[in-house]
Design a binder for this molecule. Structure first.
Ligand code: G
Ligand code: G
Ligand code: MN
Ligand code: NA
Length: 254
């Protein structure tokens, strides 16, 4: 497979980049952190989407070195931004972990090494996993989550609403944040009254002590409805698309 050969080269030749998308507190409009989103700058094909190469990286096991690289890069970058004291509260960095990464035996070791190397406060790191990561292999998932919590690393459920978990099941785990999938947000301005499942998800999440990020906010109508529902945080093109680090940090300092 050509993509696999190219991916192996890409690791050695440093063809990956991390882009950063701001996460905004809806009550203050302030940036509280960023989500790290990997990009592959392929020498012939240009930018290749992670949606295309992460599945191949998972099948081939290349997700391990790529994931470690992304995590190190993102933690290093956040540490630099924190030292610049750009915001009153320390910024957070959210890093995606695929299902395969989440069941990787050396994941905790990898994280420990990177936190040690970058001297990042573990509380500033948020790991994003999907519902299926928790549902698939719940014994090893429980063990990993326990180890993350011991280190005070935060945990988000990404794309919430697209999987098959239930909030009552998720309540068994110490999850900090629920990220409502953009498909729900997208439906928010289709009809005037119907807010779909968002109000129910929001109130249950809050009851369980989780905060909520709405993903994929694109329009002022969506933003207004989410604010009215007391949604804590938002992310989406209305604030900014994912940007390279230099441009991302300008969003705070401008
Ligand atoms: O940013 P974008 O829309 O291109 O991301 C596409 C998909 O790739 C999303 O589902 C996102 O979660 C995933 N993704 C982006 N960066 C990473 C990463 O560093 N690791 C993993 N495992 N997935 C990522
Ligand atoms: O699966 P995950 O939520 O990690 O991936 C986030 C994906 O959503 C990224 O590919 C990112 O580029 C994309 N994204 C971020 N904001 C918006 C938005 O406002 N609209 C749409 N359509 N996609 C977005
Ligand atoms: Mn994500
Ligand atoms: Na998501």
């Amino acid at each position: 497979l050509q993509l696999e050969t190219d991916l192996r080269k890409a690791i050695n030749q440093q063809e990956f980049l991390v882009y950063y998308q701001p996460i905004v507190a809806l009550s203050t409009s302030k940036i509280i952190g960023f989500e790290a989103l990997v990009r592959w700058h392929h020498p012939q094909r240009g930018l290749v989407s992670p949606a295309e190469f992460i599945p191949v990286a998972e099948e081939t096991g290349l997700i391990t070195p790529i994931g470690a690289w992304v995590l190190r890069e993102a933690c290093q970058q956040l540490r630099i931004w924190q030292e610049q004291k750009l915001t009153q509260e320390p910024l957070t960095i959210s890093v995606n972990l695929s299902v395969r990464q989440f069941s990787q035996p050396n994941l905790i070791e990898q994280i420990d090494e990177i936190l040690e190397e970058t001297k990042l406060n573990p509380f500033s790191l948020k790991l994003e996993i999907t519902e299926s990561a928790i549902m698939d292999n719940s014994e090893s998932a429980k063990a990993i989550i326990h180890e993350l919590k011991r280190r005070k690393i935060q945990l988000s459920i990404d794309d919430f609403g697209t999987g098959y978990s239930s909030l009552s099941y998720l309540h068994l785990f110490p999850i900090n944040t629920l990220k409502i999938d953009k498909s729900f947000v997208n439906r928010l301005d289709k009809s005037q009254e119907d807010m779909g499942l968002i109000p129910a998800i929001m109130s249950m999440a809050h009851t369980m002590g989780m905060d909520v990020v709405a993903e994929g906010i694109e329009t002022p109508e969506q933003l207004a409805k989410l604010k009215a529902l007391n949604c804590d945080f938002g992310q989406g093109y209305i604030f900014s698309k994912p940007l390279e680090s230099k441009l991302a940090v300008q969003l705070i300092t401008e």
